[in-house]
Design a protein around this ligand. Structure first.
Ligand SMILES: [Zn+2]
Length: 212
């Protein structure tokens, strides 16, 4: 169980060069069963309007998602593309869009050998965040990650982002890592409320943990 940081109101705002990184399953979409087909996809209540508010505020939104099911043979990258097309269409109904989607197809117990890897992109690895930094010109220290899993939070801490754990999906009960998110908030819409209240931020975060 993650512990709440002692600070009453940690700054989870986004700077002018920052972005909001969102985990997919359990944050934007309901966790439920694994999403292996486009029809499995279901948005969390209010996710579309929440993302649309970030869009209107000029804040970039980037999805970072572990999709080890590809390595385990549950779905192909082509199917994942179709699932993400569906997600983009569903979000567009609320005039919401994501600026980019990064996924990790690897798994250390892969049955599809092409994806067998202990990679640096699978969260809590930081390679997806670093790729977004390099490709989109994002300052990770002005960014925040919203996740339902402790591995999302640890990836964000390692990369120097502010971190918000939401209570949807795993709600931090995945038991993978011991982490202290900057804030624990009910769901994505409430997390966006908080991000917008804290914006613009001028914080300068301390260096990320060694090994980040
Ligand atoms: Zn990977």
């Amino acid at each position: 169980m993650p512990r709440r940081r002692e600070t009453a109101h940690a700054d989870v705002g986004v700077g002018p060069h920052g972005a909001v990184f969102l985990d997919r399953d359990g944050v934007i979409t309901t966790q439920g069963t694994h999403v292996n087909r486009p029809d499995d996809l279901e948005l969390v209540d209010g996710a579309g309007p929440a993302i649309a508010r970030l869009n209107r505020a000029g804040i970039r939104v980037v999805v970072v998602t572990n999709q080890g099911g590809i390595a385990l043979g549950h779905l192909t990258e082509e199917t994942l593309g179709a699932i993400h097309d569906r997600m983009r269409r569903d979000l567009a109904r609320d005039s919401a869009r994501v600026d980019a989607i990064y996924y990790c197809p690897h798994h250390e117990r892969a049955t599809v050998t092409a994806y067998l890897a202990e990679c640096s992109c699978r969260k809590p690895g930081t390679a997806m965040l670093e790729r977004a930094r390099d490709e989109l010109g994002i300052d990770l220290r002005e960014s925040v990650i919203v996740g339902d899993s402790t591995s999302d939070i640890l990836a964000g801490i390692r990369a120097g982002c502010a971190t918000i754990l939401v209570r949807t999906g795993f709600g931090g009960e995945d038991g993978k890592c011991t982490v202290e998110p900057d804030a624990i908030i009910d769901n994505l819409p409430a997390a966006v409320d908080r991000i917008l209240v804290d914006r613009p931020t001028t914080r300068a975060r301390t260096a990320a943990a060694p090994g980040a």
